[in-house]
Every structure is written in structure tokens, then in C-alpha cells.
Design a protein around this ligand. Structure first.
Ligand code: CA
Ligand code: CA
Length: 334
């Protein structure tokens, strides 16, 4: 970063004109001033997704290696769909420098179809709650709180993954209900049709529920994201014995039966999720095939592109997705 500037505005965008329209009102106003010309929302409609911030090694700019530090992620609506054209703002201090930087969702698809990225420094630095992140819509209304986060002078933690989630539970995205147990659970998903990890195609939003055997309602549910290796990490998981149900919005559900969760860290077995459930009903049927057919040959941005039929998450609906669906055709999830 340039030392001569105290106000840093970095925009990573292919759509400079649109971003410039946004910079002016945002950059000219101090934090409290942004919404001064708009009614202050009583409640914010977006929050940070459970499981984030997650600290990863920069994988999107491999050539820059440790000469980079940035914040990236996606914004999901209440149905778990990525939301395009939202503005993400990071404000505060990194070391002695003030920082004010913007990003926009869907312009950094290395992190998924609703991806954003904001580079905040050219090397990893420690900071403790002096930077905050918030989400805005295109009208300039702030739709989340300013949420403080930490950064670390660690080359293996120079990518700070932060996802936003729209409030309001739906049947497919249970609200996280963690209890402060201090226990954690780690594991990896095996996702079909992906290239060798690490790759952004492994970054996938999924639901994971801890269900006490005999109960119908989960003790705890989370909607979280895997990293570029397909790995996930849950904090404050309940202690006990649970059937652990795992599902993405376009795979069949898999259950780890009678899994014992102890106090402290728990390593869960790898779970393979079978692709092809485009309508998220836990069956792979002709309905899923017709959804795929309606989107076939389309890529992200195409008028009929349907991310739920992009089973291998390469942002195009191709013969690979068809072969994944056909291999699991007729199957039901756990
Ligand atoms: Ca289905
Ligand atoms: Ca695909």
C-alpha cells in the first residue's frame, strides 16, 4: 500500500463504472454518515455466516503467495442462493494506516458465483478488531452491522473468508443454534466431479445438523462453507451422541450415524455427497434432469443458467453435470 495515502480505496471490479457510482456516496461519508440520508434500518437483514471468518492461505493469487492479504467470501440469501451486486466495505485501521476499501459480489468468482474480494495489504499483518466489515445494497443502504474481525501476520492465514447470510430461516438453511460448549468438530466433504484440491470448486455452502437419535428436530444446525480443500470447521458443537446429517442444496443427504462428540476437538470422518438433487428434495429424479436440461450449455451469467444444476461447481452446466446426475439417478439420500 502507498504510504502517501491515508484513505485507501481499492476496488477489484470488472465493472468500474458501476463501482465508481457507488464509491462516491460511500467514500465521502464517514461510517455513521453512510446511512444519514437514508432511514436507519431497525434490524439488519444480513449477518456473518456461522463458521466465518475462516483463515486460509491465499489460494486465489498463488503467484503473490505471502505478498498479499485480503478478505473474500460470498453473500447468500435466505434460500442459500448467492446474491450478486452487493457492496462490501471494510473500514478501520491496519497498523498505523487507515483503510477504507470496497468490493462487490459476483466480481471475484474464484470464491463462488457470488464472490467478492478486497485486498487489504501486500503482506499479512496482525490487527485485533481494528477493522470492520459491512454489507450495503446498491441503493447505499447498510444491510448488516459493522462486524469487527482480526487479521494475522501469518502466511497461512492471509486470506480471510467472510460470508454474509440473509436473516430468516428457510427449511433448507436452518438457523445456526450453537451453544457455548467450547467443543469443535472438523471434517471434509468429498464432492463429486471436482478438480484436484485446492480449487475454488470445493468451496460449497452446506447444512449440517446434529440430531439426537429418536428426536425429529436437530439439537443444533449450521449452514457453513467448506474451504478450497472441502474441509470445514464447526465451533461450539453440542456434546453427546448424534446422527449428523449433511446436505448441500444440490446433493443427496448423507448421515454419519451415532457419532460421539466429546468435549474438545472432534475429527469427523470424510463424507461423500452424491450430486444430482437440483430441486433439493433428497431424491435424484426426472425433475432434476428436466432442471438440468433447461440450463444445459449455460454458464454463470447466462439467461437460463441455474447454479443448482452446476453439480461440479465449475460455473457451467455441461456433460460433466449430466454424467454426475445420471450416475446417481434414481437414488435417495439418507
Ligand atoms: Ca431431486
Ligand atoms: Ca458444471
Amino acid at each position: 500500500m502507498s504510504n502517501s495515502q491515508t484513505l485507501m480505496i481499492k476496488i477489484h471490479t470488472r465493472n468500474l463504472i458501476l463501482a465508481l457510482l457507488l464509491i462516491l456516496p460511500l467514500a465521502l461519508s464517514p461510517q455513521q454518515g453512510i446511512s444519514a440520508s437514508f432511514p436507519e434500518p431497525q434490524t439488519y437483514t444480513f449477518t456473518i455466516q456461522q463458521g466465518t471468518p475462516a483463515y486460509l492461505q491465499n489460494f486465489a493469487h498463488v503467484e503473490q503467495g505471502c505478498n498479499w492479504m485480503g478478505v473474500a467470501g460470498q453473500v447468500f440469501d435466505k434460500n442459500g442462493q448467492p446474491v450478486e451486486r452487493m457492496v462490501v466495505r471494510i473500514e478501520g485501521f491496519l497498523g498505523s494506516q487507515s483503510l477504507d476499501a470496497l468490493g462487490m459480489t459476483s466480481l471475484a468468482t474464484a470464491y463462488g458465483p457470488g464472490g467478492f474480494e478486497i485486498e487489504i495489504n501486500d503482506e499479512p499483518l496482525n490487527s485485533s478488531g481494528t477493522l470492520s466489515i459491512a454489507l450495503f445494497n446498491l441503493e447505499g443502504d447498510r444491510v448488516s452491522e459493522y462486524i469487527p474481525f482480526n487479521t494475522y501476520a501469518d502466511c497461512s492465514k492471509n486470506l480471510i473468508l467472510i460470508n454474509f447470510q440473509e436473516s430468516g430461516a428457510s427449511p433448507t438453511t436452518p438457523t445456526a443454534t450453537p451453544s457455548p460448549t467450547g467443543s469443535s468438530a472438523q471434517g471434509s466433504l468429498i464432492l463429486q466431479g471436482r478438480p484436484s484440491a485446492p480449487d475454488a470448486a470445493w468451496i460449497t455452502n452446506f447444512d449440517i445438523s446434529f440430531i439426537t437419535p429418536g428426536d425429529t428436530q436437530p439439537t443444533a444446525s449450521y449452514n457453513v462453507s467448506t474451504d478450497q480443500f472441502g474441509a470445514y470447521n464447526l465451533s461450539n458443537v453440542p456434546v453427546g451422541t448424534f446422527n449428523i446429517a449433511i446436505k448441500t442444496e444440490n446433493t443427496l443427504r448423507a448421515i454419519l450415524p451415532a457419532s460421539s462428540i466429546q468435549a474438545g476437538q472432534n475429527q469427523l470422518p470424510d463424507v461423500e455427497l452424491k450430486s444430482g438433487d437440483a430441486n433439493n428434495d433428497n431424491f435424484v429424479t426426472a425433475t432434476d434432469f428436466s432442471l438440468l436440461a433447461g440450463s444445459f450449455g449455460e454458464c454463470l451469467g447466462g439467461s437460463t443458467y441455474n447454479a443448482r444444476t452446476d453439480f461440479n461447481n465449475d460455473q457451467c452446466v455441461t456433460a460433466i453435470d449430466f454424467s454426475l446426475l445420471s450416475a446417481n439417478y434414481g437414488q435417495q439420500g439418507d
